[in-house]
Design a protein around this ligand. Sequence first.
Ligand code: NDP
Length: 287
Amino acid sequence: MIIDGTTRLAGVFGWPVSHSRSPRLHNYWLDLYRINGAYVPLPVHPDHFVAAVRALATLGFAGANVTLPHKEAAFGLCDAIEPSAARARAVNTLVFSADRGIVGSSSDGFGFLAALRAGAPLFDLRRLCAVLLGAGGAARAIAAALIEAGVGEIRIVNRSRERAKALAADLAFPVKVFDWAQGAAALENASLLVNTTSLGMKGEPPLELDLTLLPRTAVVNDIVYAPLETRLLGAARARGNGVIDGLGMLLHQARPGFRHWFGLDPEVTDSLRRHVAADLIAESERG
Ligand code: NDP
């Protein structure tokens, strides 16, 4: 890569940011499409986040991704909010626009649906019942995307009932809220099960869920991507369910930002999957 006076710049804000796969992912596409651009990690403490975003906009960057813990703060500082971010109440993509200022959007819902379509191309969400484990930021974006895609029923199972009820109220859609202990019962007649909790993630407790009542035709999606093969996916695959891991969502959610900053909708290919998965596997082997 040769950086010159016309190189387009973008990056990812996080604290810490060293775990982020986004630089690896975007720079893979920049190389592949021979685009004169660079994508860099931007480690910024929460106390300096707002000032850093405004400074980046004046430095000529095209925009940035935003990861933990800045997604809500990013929502608050934007000059304009796209509908995807208004629904998720969080921003993970910033575009610095000459006429609209700092524009925030959320690509998590887009990434989730694109990964689902790629992983289960024959699966038709319309009028079907989806069970979401979790009611955090990711669940919020995924629930909104499911509703937009025409899902018939959403059941939310969450440890904190209050948080699940708050999400259900915001969605303005018939949502059934289940206590965490009723998770197994919530699976009856469901067509899609999505784990959006952090359970099963490296360093977190495993997700324990009895799948007996889940129809074998249901698709099971775990958005946790470190590790790629979670205990939930292993158990679902063993009983014959179709499974989708969290890597697809991670890759697809990067596409809208790349398109805005670098002018092209990049493709999620098997070789990109291998490129990012190799990094995840190397990390899990390091322990
Ligand atoms: P949040 O912190 O907003 O939400 C965490 C969720 O996990 C909450 O529902 C929380 O329940 C639940 N939870 C945490 N610990 C426990 C526990 N011990 N028992 C039961 N429930 C628990 O996080 P996000 O929504 O941003 O992210 C959630 C997961 O999704 C993470 O693993 C993240 O890496 C992954 N993710 C993957 C993406 C991808 O592209 N593949 C994109 C975004 C996220 P409660 O409300 O009770 O606290």
